[in-house]
Write a protein of this length. Sequence first.
Length: 437
Amino acid sequence: MAIIEVVKFDGPEGVYAWKYPNQELGTWTQLIVNESQEAILFKSGKALDLFGPGRHTLSTANIPLLQNIVNLPFGGRSPFTAEVWFVNKAYSLDVKWGTAVPIQLQDPKYQLFVNIRSFGQFGIVIEDTRQFLTRLVGTVAVFDKDAMVRYFRGLLMMNIKEMISSYLVLKKISLLEVSAYLSEISKHIEERVMPIFQEFGIRMTNFFIDSINIPDDDPATLKLKDALAKKAEMDIIGYTYQQQRTFDTLEGAAKNEGSASANVMGAGLGLGMGVGLGGSFGQQMSGLTNQLTVGSAPNKVCPNCQTLNGQEAQFCFACGRGLQASASPAKAAPAMAACNKCGLEFPETAKFCPHCGDPHHPCPTCGADNEPDADACVKCGRALRESTCGNCGSAVDPASKFCPECGTNLRPMCPNCKHEVKPGQKFCLECGTKLNE
């Protein structure tokens, strides 16, 4: 029987678990465990003793769990059959992952169906050697980084796809903006999958998403990028999509030599905008000029062909449809209020005066601006502070005449004739009695 003198493992860092190939051991065999390793003995399919970093002599006196199984003297040495496993407990921070199949989603901002890919990496460290070997490794001789990714690929892909979809669909984030949320998405995925790794004695550290992107040859992405490039060009130059269509219409009409519009366009382009070409042509060219001028008056849209015409045009220059009913109605000017602090006017819908910044406290009756602590409106005299009924104590509207709970008259009355009097009135208008101020 061969007696193994030294048992050790100096393999690559990508190996997480390794079984010593020879199972014939004997007491006094030297077991060497490196600083970043931990060794464990298996006998008859059971996980027995753990050995930390250092040199260990496999003697039954030094192996408490083993001495109950092997206790036969053979001339001072006890040969036995056992498995020795080495587990790498160093941090491994470069476990890479990636989506094997693109994820098909609809961009919530541009409503386009796109195929997205994602990849990144994460780190792990083996915390519980016994749990890691018994629940995950099993009987394989070597468990490395590739096996780790293969075992957990389904778990990772399910959570990664779910979190990316949630951010794009539920939070209304466009795919072109998702790169700003990579750190936040990575954190949520790590919190989701970390408890499952811990069930196998593994602690996950530093889960990262390096990129969420679209394949360069995706047709929907190419169309989107082309449209955004055209929009950026229009914004820089200073014209709209309708004006661009007008340019295309003019160019197409000028190239079509057999059409009537081409003759008019060609004449206008040849002779210039300032030449008098007759009332009909002048009206059409005037409409086109207004159409192509940035910052001009609002244009009329033809209800038949959707072509833009000048503000003064009566008929569409493209199809001849009447435009009298298509003129945009004039918007009513917003109601104005005078600021109680600076006296300048501003729209009633404003919450603050744009001139001095004073808060706007409108009267519910006349809309006049009042001080925040005003008791009554400076314009109509309506009470602005919340009042209570003197009889039952219920809260009542300052404009109410009677309490809605008990019916008590809430307005001041003359003590002589009981007629209603207004606040600030000195004499009763019915009997002339002098009133208390």
